[in-house]
Design a protein around this ligand. Structure first.
Ligand code: ADP
Ligand code: MG
Length: 225
C-alpha cells in the first residue's frame, strides 16, 4: 500500500510538472513561429532575415534545454537500478564536461577514492552530476576551479562538487530546487529540481553550502553498497 501511495504521489507531481513544462515550451514555440511567419514574407530585408533567423534558433535552443533538463525525470520506466562504480561514473562525467569547462577557462579536478560503489541508475546519476558540474562552471564567468571529490563516510558515499564562483545569498539557497527558479539569461530553472529528485529517489540527499563571491559546494550523500 505504501508503495502505491508513493507511486501515485509521484504521478501527481509528474503530471503537474509536465503541464508547466509544456507551458514553458509553448512560449519559445510561439515566438519562433512568429519569426518564421515574418521570414516567409517576400519583402524582408537581408538584415532582418539574419536577425529573425537568429531569434528562431535561440528559441528552439531554449525549448531544447527545457526538454533535456526535464527528460530523465519524466521517464521513470528507464530507471534500471545497478551497482555503479564511482570512478567509472566520474570518468564519464569528466569526458562530457571537460570540453565545456575548457571553453570557459575552468580547470576541473576529480579526486575520487577507489572502490566506491552506489546503487543507482547510471543515466540519472550522469544527468544529476552534469547538472551540478554545469552549474558550477556557469557560476565562474571569470574562470576558476571546479573540484569534484568522492569519498566514504561511515555508511555513506559522499560526492562533493565545489566551485570558486559567484556563490549565493541565504535567500537564493532557500529557493534552490523550485521549478523554473533561475538567475540566468538562458536558464531553465529545472536542473536542480530534477537533480534533487534523482538523488532522493536513490535514498540520498543533497546539501548546499554557499558564500557570496567565494563559491558553492554541493554535497551529495548516498547509501554505500
Ligand atoms: P539553471 O541552471 O537553468 O538556471 P538550475 O536549476 O540548474 O537552473 O539552477 C537554478 C539557479 O540556482 C541558477 O540559476 C543559479 O542562480 C543557482 N545556482 C545553482 N548552482 C549554482 C552554483 N554552483 N553557484 C551559484 N549559483 C548556483
Ligand atoms: Mg543548471
Amino acid at each position: 500500500l505504501r508503495h502505491e501511495v508513493h507511486k501515485s504521489e509521484k504521478l501527481n507531481v509528474l503530471s503537474e510538472l509536465a503541464a508547466s513544462v509544456a507551458h514553458e515550451i509553448r512560449n519559445p514555440m510561439t515566438v519562433a513561429r512568429g519569426f518564421m511567419q515574418m521570414l516567409s514574407q517576400s519583402q524582408v530585408s537581408e538584415d532582418k532575415k539574419r536577425i529573425y533567423t537568429h531569434m528562431v534558433i535561440e528559441e528552439i535552443d531554449r525549448a531544447q534545454s527545457i526538454i533535456s533538463d526535464y527528460l530523465s525525470f519524466a521517464k521513470p520506466e528507464a530507471e534500471k537500478m545497478e551497482e555503479l562504480d564511482l570512478s567509472t561514473l566520474a570518468q564519464k562525467i569528466s569526458n562530457l564536461i571537460t570540453p565545456y569547462a575548457a571553453m570557459r577557462g575552468i580547470e576541473i579536478v576529480f579526486d575520487i577514492q577507489a572502490g566506491l560503489r552506489i546503487k543507482a541508475n547510471s543515466d540519472k546519476m550522469t544527468q544529476c552530476l552534469i547538472n551540478l558540474t554545469k552549474n558550477g562552471i556557469e557560476a565562474m564567468p571569470e574562470g576558476g576551479h571546479l573540484h569534484v571529490a568522492g569519498y566514504r563516510k561511515d555508511h555513506s558515499i559522499i560526492l562533493q562538487i565545489k566551485d570558486t564562483g559567484v556563490g549565493m545569498s541565504e535567500e537564493q539557497v532557500q529557493r534552490l530546487g523550485t521549478p523554473f527558479y533561475s538567475t540566468k539569461n538562458k536558464g531553465t530553472g529545472l536542473g536542480l529540481m530534477v537533480s534533487y529528485r534523482i538523488i532522493k529517489n536513490f535514498g540520498g540527499q543533497i546539501d548546499v553550502h554557499s558564500q557570496e563571491n567565494l563559491g558553492t559546494c554541493f554535497t551529495i550523500s548516498l547509501p554505500a553498497v
